[in-house]
Design a protein around this ligand. Structure first.
Ligand SMILES: NC(=O)c1ccc[n+]([C@@H]2O[C@H](COP(=O)([O-])OP(=O)(O)OC[C@H]3O[C@@H](n4cnc5c(N)ncnc54)[C@H](O)[C@@H]3O)[C@@H](O)[C@H]2O)c1
Length: 365
C-alpha cells in the first residue's frame, strides 16, 4: 500500500481524474482555470475520451485508473466522475489501496450500505470525502441558508423543491447506464439528487416520506416523474416534484421555504435566482439581499466553480466551507432518495429508519 502523499510539498493540489464524461468535462474546464490544482493523470475506459482530456489538461492518460495511481504516487486527490452505480466500486479501492482523498460526483453511491462503507473507510483511514453538490454554492441559497440558521423564518412550516426539466430519449440513449436502476435511477436519483440534497440540508432530519412515480415519456427502466411528500423531524412538511418530462424544453427548478415569520422562493434554471424573500419583521438588510439575489453570469457555471474551489481548499488541508457536502452528510442525502423510491415501490409511507425491501436503485451492479 502506498503512503498518502503529503500536501505540504506543493501549494497545488495534485489530482487524478477517473471518468472523462459529461460531468468531468465541466471539471476539466474549471480545473484548467484554477491555479490551485494540477491534474497529473486522467483515466477512462474509453481511450479516445481519456486522450482528449489529457491533451486539454497536459496530463497523462490511462484506461486503467489503478495504473494511473501506481504511476503517479504523488497524486493527493482523486476525482471520481464515473456512472453513479460505480462510485463505490472505484472509491473504496482508491481509499483502501492508494490512500487518496476523494472528490466525488453526486450522489455518493446508490446503495446506502455502500455509501456507509465509503464513509466509514474514509473516517478509519483519516481521508477526506467530498461529494459535489454545487447548488449549495448558489448565492441565493447562501442567503436563505443563513437566514434559516439565524432564525429569520421562525418555526419551519414547508420546504418544497420541484424541477421540471426536459430529457428526451436521445439523452437516455447517449450512454447505456442512463435511466437504469442498477447504475443511475431516474429523474429523482440523477437530476433530483440536487433537490433532495437541498431539502435535507435545509430541512434537516426526516421522519417519513410518501411518494408515487411513473415512467411517462421515455423508454427507460426507471421513472421520469416522481412526486413525494416528506415529514421532517422538526414538524415541517416537504414536497418534491422531480421530472424530466417538461416539453418542449426545460421549465426550471424552484425551492420554496415557508416559516412562521417569513417565506422565500428561489427559481431560475437551478435554484440560482431569488424570486421572493420577505419577513414579518422587515428582516435582512436590503443591500445584502441585492448582492446575493442571483448567481453572476458565468459560462463555466458559477456554483460549480465555487464548489470545486472550496473542495480543493478543504482537501488540501484548509478549513471546511460549511456548504461542502462531506462524508456522512452525503449518506443522509442518499437515504432520502432511497426512502422516496422505497415508498413509491411499496405504495405506502416509509418511516425512518427503514429497511430497503423493494427499491431497485443500485440493485444488481
Ligand atoms: N454535479 C452535477 O451537476 C452532475 C451533472 C452530471 C452528472 N453528474 C454525475 O457525474 C457522474 C457521471 O455522469 P456523466 O453524465 O458524466 O456520465 P458519462 O457517461 O458522460 O461519463 C462517465 C464516464 O465514466 C467512464 N467510466 C465508466 N467506468 C469507468 C472506470 N471503471 N474507469 C474509468 N472510467 C470509467 C465512462 O467511459 C464515461 O466516459 C454521475 O454520477 C452523475 O450523477 C453530476
Amino acid at each position: 500500500m502506498l503512503d498518502s502523499a503529503p500536501f505540504s510539498s506543493s501549494p497545488r493540489v495534485k489530482l487524478g481524474l477517473i471518468g472523462c464524461g459529461k460531468a468531468a468535462t465541466r471539471h476539466l474546464r474549471i480545473f484548467r482555470e484554477l491555479p490551485e490544482v494540477e491534474v497529473l493523470g486522467v483515466s477512462d475506459l474509453n481511450p479516445i475520451k481519456a486522450q482528449k482530456f489529457a491533451e486539454e489538461l497536459g496530463a497523462s492518460w490511462y484506461t486503467d485508473w489503478r495504473e494511473m495511481l501506481e504511476r503517479h504516487p504523488e497524486i493527493q486527490v482523486v476525482d471520481v466522475a464515473v456512472p453513479s452505480g460505480l462510485h463505490a466500486r472505484v472509491a473504496l479501492p482508491v481509499m483502501r489501496d492508494f490512500k487518496k482523498h476523494l472528490l466525488l460526483e453526486k450522489p455518493i453511491a446508490l446503495r446506502p450500505e455502500e455509501a456507509q462503507e465509503m464513509v466509514t473507510t474514509a473516517e478509519d483511514l483519516d481521508l477526506k470525502l467530498v461529494v459535489i453538490y454545487q447548488n449549495r454554492f448558489n448565492l441565493p441559497v447562501k442567503l436563505v441558508r443563513e437566514a434559516l440558521l439565524s432564525g429569520y423564518f421562525g418555526k419551519p412550516v414547508l420546504f418544497s423543491a420541484r424541477f421540471y426539466w426536459c430529457r428526451r430519449q436521445d439523452y437516455y440513449d447517449s450512454a447505456a447506464w442512463r435511466g437504469t436502476w442498477a447504475l443511475d435511477g431516474g429523474a429523482l436519483a440523477q437530476q433530483g439528487a440536487h433537490h433532495v440534497d437541498m431539502l435535507r440540508w435545509l430541512g434537516g432530519e426526516v421522519e417519513s416520506v410518501y411518494a408515487q412515480m411513473a415512467t411517462r415519456l421515455v423508454d427507460i427502466e426507471a421513472e421520469d416523474i416522481l412526486v413525494g411528500v416528506i415529514r421532517f423531524r422538526n414538524g415541517a412538511l416537504g414536497t418534491i416534484e422531480a421530472t424530466t418530462c417538461a416539453r418542449p424544453k426545460d421549465l426550471g427548478a424552484e425551492l420554496t421555504i415557508l416559516g412562521e415569520k417569513g417565506s422565500a422562493r428561489l427559481g431560475g434554471f437551478a435554484m440560482n435566482e431569488l424570486v421572493h424573500l420577505s419577513f414579518e419583521n422587515g428582516g435582512l438588510p436590503v443591500d445584502e439581499i441585492s448582492k446575493l439575489q442571483k448567481n453572476p453570469p458565468d459560462p463555466l457555471g458559477f456554483a460549480h466553480r465555487a464548489c470545486l474551489k472550496a473542495a480543493l481548499a478543504y482537501l488540501a488541508g484548509g478549513p471546511r466551507d460549511e456548504r461542502l457536502c462531506v462524508g456522512r452528510e452525503a449518506l443522509n442525502s442518499l437515504e432520502l432518495i432511497q426512502a422516496l423510491y422505497e415508498s413509491a415501490e411499496r405504495g405506502e409511507a416509509v418511516s425512518f429508519p427503514f429497511e430497503i425491501k423493494k427499491s431497485r436503485l443500485g440493485k444488481g451492479v
